[in-house]
Design a protein. Structure first.
Length: 403
């Protein structure tokens, strides 16, 4: 039966070529579109991790729910044990402290409410690879009273590198305190909202402004993003649950989760559309071929073959077509993905972002397998109805169709 199916495929070369072309096109389209979405989401995730959140953040319980507006009420007075625990895990590259504060930034003429972070500059610079400097330079541990400001902050206050400014904030005790700073750099991240309010100073300067040796957050960077959940579970199990809260980068970036849901739905719709297109194209070809060969099937029945054998012959032919089309589509799709990725696709900034990026086609095993299964399933599904119909045609009527 398999040999007969191969012969029939080779006999109808034109229609076989049309069916294979439809299947191949569908598989290639799914690989390229799915790989594009996977790469987009991966780049988006890494940009968020390496410009803002890190892979993990540890804070006093309650800080993530409402502590951003009152960071002085959620302080970690001794982050040393947390740093030591993270350093003992080989999956953790680095951990660092951050002190958050709300302040007014004054340029001598106007004030702007800003969200400040005291950071450990050298550690952040090594790992914050998605923080783009558009003017000036990054902070270093040697800087005293230097400040990095977001592009939106610089635009709102008409500040440039070398300008002097003043930070005005409440200390831990509630008193007012000021810190005179010099703009050493202007940065840009993937988030337009963060750039419009974000300022960064050295951790020591932030602690001097807030008059505290404590920190609000311990931020951890990992060797691999896929290890985040495992490290978070181990860390949460080691800390008092009533005192500390451990959040992963996904939990900290709610917009990312919504973006993933949106693109998953879009890719699902695209998969359905392509599957229907391939299914209809294959069904048309299979239906025409099956009824043109009705006399052939009648002869088979007259020679003793049963209707079920005719049914499985038609289905077998389409299984072979699906396999060949899926194999050709995967091969062509992988080659095109590698070629396009090598060249890169310049993309404009996504919504709510300032920075464009170079898109590529990520060869994800799940996307490739889904595309191959769709290419294999479409012609097989298309074959069942015409195969069932021709297998039930009476032998005499089938033989008469030759006339």
């Amino acid at each position: 039966m398999l040999k007969l199916a191969v012969r029939n495929i080779r006999r109808h070369t034109t229609r076989t070529a049309l069916t294979l072309s439809a299947i191949t096109f569908g598989v290639v389209a799914l690989i390229l579109s799915g790989g594009f979405v996977v790469d987009l989401l991966d780049q988006f995730a890494e940009s968020l991790i390496h410009s803002q959140s890190g892979h993990l953040q540890i804070a006093r319980r309650g800080f993530f729910e409402g502590g951003a507006s009152r960071p002085q009420e959620h302080l970690i007075s001794d982050p040393g044990p947390i740093h030591a625990f993270l350093a003992s895990d080989p999956r953790v590259i680095e951990s660092m402290g951050r002190l958050s504060f709300s302040a007014l930034l004054n340029n001598g003429r106007a004030d702007l409410p800003v969200i400040g972070n005291g950071i450990e500059p050298d550690k952040e610079r090594r790992l914050g690879t998605s923080l783009t400097m558009i003017e000036g330079r990054p902070l270093s541990d040697k800087d005293r009273y230097g400040v990095l400001i977001g592009q939106g902050v610089a635009h709102a206050l008409q500040l440039k590198v070398g300008d002097q400014a003043t930070l005005l904030a409440n200390t831990i005790e509630g008193a007012m305190n000021t810190l005179d700073v010099e703009v050493v750099g202007i940065f840009q991240t993937i988030s337009k909202e963060y750039d419009a309010r974000g300022v960064l100073v050295a951790l020591g300067d932030a602690q001097a402004l807030m008059q505290t040796p404590a920190v609000n957050l311990v931020v951890a960077y990992l060797a691999r993003t896929s290890q985040t959940d495992a490290v978070a579970q181990r860390l949460a199990a080691s800390l008092p649950p009533d005192s500390y809260d451990v959040r992963t980068w996904r939990a900290l970036n709610d917009f990312y989760e919504k973006t993933v849901e949106l693109y998953d739905r879009q890719f699902g719709v695209l998969l359905l559309i392509i599957l229907v297109m391939v299914l209809l194209g294959a069904a048309n070809t299979v239906n025409m071929t099956a009824f043109e060969r009705l006399s052939e099937f009648g002869t088979m029945r007259a020679l003793g073959n049963r209707g079920a054998q005719v049914f499985w012959l038609v289905v077998s032919e389409n299984v072979l077509l699906g396999f060949l089309g899926a194999a050709a589509g995967v091969t062509l799709g992988v080659v095109l993905a590698l070629m396009i990725s090598n060249l890169g696709i310049p993309m404009p900034p996504p919504p709510n972002a300032n920075v464009g990026y170079i898109a590529r086609i990520r060869l994800d095993i799940g996307v490739v397998a889904t595309a191959a299964l769709a290419g294999l399933a479409a012609p097989v599904l298309a074959a069942f109805w015409p195969a069932a119909r021709v297998s039930r045609v009476p032998v005499v009527e089938a033989l008469r169709s030759a006339d």
